[in-house]
Design a protein around this ligand. Structure first.
Ligand SMILES: Nc1ncnc2c1ncn2[C@@H]1O[C@H](COP(=O)(O)OP(=O)(O)OP(=O)(O)O)[C@@H](O)[C@H]1O
Ligand SMILES: [Mg+2]
Length: 421
């Protein structure tokens, strides 16, 4: 079965039931089905084609695709490298528009201002109809202290986090942004959250601030650190996540969480909280047959430690349909482990790097291809705006996928047909 159309947004089932339903659906063969499930009727058109390969280049020569729907694909993550102005964001808009045309909805968490309505290409707006959600003015409908589900074994019901685990996870998010937080402060923060959630299921960020202020010296200095974030009121209290509604929005194929107007630290924190919540949403309701493309531009500014949401999404997201589209100008801030993890992405696009990055990228490409580092240095240096080397699976005449470097000139949005007038 390639794709199931459900009226998920209108039916109120516990998350565990959704998982059961998804699993049942995945085991079915192709065909047209109508299923009665707990009193609700679902109609599935399972003979619909699945997500098709994404078009990166057409017109000038052989088409080059991101084989998004191919069953042999290792994962659906795409990594986009390149200097400022090399064409990364433009290329991503092309892909999201291609996805929109094929009925695939995507999410962008934008802390770069690159996807503001006034910044994006008009053809992208016209076809993908992006919907903006301004966190600074409206807040994000997300409860930062929600207990998340932990899947130990897919055949066993997920375990819910206990208050200590929530406390540790949330404290670690703050720690990733406020790097000067010491061990004592970290422990105080975990304890304040743990006790807060245990005492009140509706525990809020404002209550956390009050609790910290009563926790002596470490608590007070922590409260001072966290205050700008909490006072910015980034979340709408008492609300749970809105991913379901976003991923089913009529006509709007791209949903943008706009972080413009939030301070840099607030942007980072909101992004990490949103990624955790999204990861949990995907773990509990996602399926590998239903892709959830998530765009993060300029990822050098995010948390890449082990057990950060980005790490989890890269390693395990595939099982739940999570498909990351990540862009960065540099890899110099990443350590070897983080770089290796990023390079697990099934498809990579190398736009023209900054001069200081050419050697590094050339070495990477030389490692995975037959050509020498000096060949790659020259090739990378010669790239023009909108051109890139695609390193990803190419379909062979036998229908297999083989990873190969291909030179791509990203077709301009105006030149793409998109199957519409
Ligand atoms: N394939 C293309 N076809 C036509 N124009 C392009 C193409 N790629 C890039 N451009 C033009 O170049 C400009 C810069 O590209 P883009 O914004 O994608 O750079 P970037 O790599 O995202 O840079 P930064 O890291 O600074 O965000 C775009 O606004 C667009 O006008
Ligand atoms: Mg950009």
């Amino acid at each position: 079965m390639q794709r199931a159309v459900t009226s998920r947004a209108q039916v109120n089932l516990p998350e565990q039931r959704w998982r059961e339903l998804d699993r049942a659906m995945e085991s079915l063969a192709e065909g047209y089905l109508e299923i009665a499930w707990q009193g609700a009727i679902f109609t599935f058109w399972t003979n619909e084609a699945g997500p098709e390969p994404m078009l990166i280049l057409d017109q000038n020569g052989d088409s080059v695709y991101w084989h998004y729907g191919h069953e042999r694909l290792d994962n659906r993550h795409l990594l986009v490298f390149g200097a400022s102005g090399s064409g990364k964001t433009y290329g991503i808009q092309c892909l999201l528009t291609e996805m929109a045309v094929q009925g695939l909805r995507s999410l962008i968490i934008d802390y770069t201002d690159g996807f503001l309505p006034g910044q994006v290409e008009s053809r992208f707006t016209e076809v993908a109809q992006p919907a903006s959600h301004y966190v600074a003015s409206a807040g994000l409908p997300l409860n930062p202290f929600r207990r998340q589900q932990q899947i130990i074994d897919p055949n066993v019901p997920p375990l819910e986090e206990n208050p200590y685990q929530v406390g540790s996870r949330v404290a670690s998010i703050f720690n990733s942004v406020y790097e000067t937080m010491g061990d004592q402060q970290f422990a105080t923060l975990v304890r304040a959250i743990e006790n807060g959630i245990s005492a009140d299921a509706g525990f809020s960020l404002n209550q956390l601030l009050e609790r910290l202020q009563d926790e002596g010296q470490y608590g007070l200095s922590l409260a001072n650190k966290l205050e700008p974030f909490i006072k910015a009121q980034p979340f709408r209290e008492g609300e749970n996540s809105a991913w379901d509604a976003m991923l089913a929005a009529d006509e709007h194929w791209v949903q943008v969480l706009q972080l413009k107007g939030c301070g840099r630290e607030v942007q980072k924190l909101v992004t990490e909280f949103a990624l955790w919540d999204l990861y949990d949403y995907a773990c509990t309701t996602g399926s590998k047959k239903r892709p959830i493309p998530v765009v993060l531009d300029e990822i050098q500014n995010l948390d890449h430690r082990s057990d950060s949401p980005l790490d989890k999404m890269l390693r395990e997201g595939r099982k739940f349909g999570l498909s990351l589209i990540l862009a960065t100008q540099t890899t110099s801030n990443f350590n070897q482990e983080q770089r290796d993890r990023l390079f697990q992405a099934g498809h990579k696009l190398f736009f023209r790097p900054a001069d200081t990055e050419i050697e590094r990228f050339a070495a990477l490409l030389a490692q995975v291809t037959r050509d020498s580092k000096s060949d790659w240095s020259q090739r990378l240096a010669r790239l023009e705006k909108g051109q890139c080397w695609s390193l990803g699976p190419v379909e062979t005449s036998a229908g297999k996928l083989q990873t190969k470097p291909v030179l791509v000139s990203v077709t301009a949005l105006e030149e793409r047909a998109f199957g519409i007038a």
